[in-house]
Design a protein around this ligand. Sequence first.
Ligand SMILES: [Zn+2]
Length: 343
Amino acid sequence: MKILRQLSESIGVSGAEGEVRSLILKLIEPHVDDIKIDTIGNIIVTKEGTGESKLTVMLDAHMDEVGLMVVGHSSKGMLRVAAIGGIDERILPGKRVLVGPKKLPGVIGAKPLHLLGDDECDSVVKIDALRVDIGAGGKSAAESKSPLGTRIAFDTRYEDIGKVVRGKAFDDRAGCAVLVHTLRGGRLPFDLVGAFTVQEEIGVRGASVAAYATKPDLAVVLEGTIADDLPKEVDVSPTTELGKGPALSLMDRSTIYDERLNRWITETAEDLKIPYQFKQPGIGGTDGGAIHLSQEGVPTVAVAVPCRYIHSPAALLNKRDYRNTIKLVSAALERFDEDVLRR
Ligand SMILES: [Zn+2]
């Protein structure tokens, strides 16, 4: 849980993943045989196998998180912003943020309720009309403290609250944490490539480069995925549910996951009595979308920790789901043999 906390509290809005990258390098360095940072900023590590198998298995998790980018400055020193990744504008006003690498505190401005007209109460303020206030006082101060292109992240402290933990960026720091733990495990018969990728949230860009460079024989994408298990008036299937175990995917908007690999994971879970669930098909996408189309095609599967309220300032995940995801991924890798791909 300590690793998850560190990863959640560090900042890496897409294209500016430096802080997360440095943290991950510290966490994995003694446990892998080779570390590369490629031209786009992915961390690609190799943990050599015992040599019994010639396969290369890729484990992927993306380092970046959704956030905002400064795209202008008003005469009063407010920051105009654009969204980086999928952000729901309705949840932004009034939120605390950290601006730039120096983490300047700021707030996403909201008009006081007292001044709202009736029509404004019922409408959503579009992101173009929102301003981030860092107390700059004037345009030139705002420009020097927070130049164009500066990334802005949610300001959220990680908290342990009973069965769950609350924090930002569990999509995909939960996956990064599972990957860190897996790399810290023992040697396997095959080479393990760990890819901590950049720019997933704006179009799985780092993963395209990482898969092309490492030519894996199969890939396991580790994610923090959407849980949507709040009570509803109309009974629709939840996407995933907290507490029901790691989530596997059949199909999403980026790929149809490999059936043989899903069978390998579910059989592992059943043998070890680890609970698991399938994510509602058709929703979202992962780095798997890029990886499975790389080279001559890469069989790909995804294992994810269900997270409520992802892409918002405060997500929740169940601690048992998180631990079971680490357990399931390690156990599946330990019992992997090449017959899985021949079935
Ligand atoms: Zn993600």
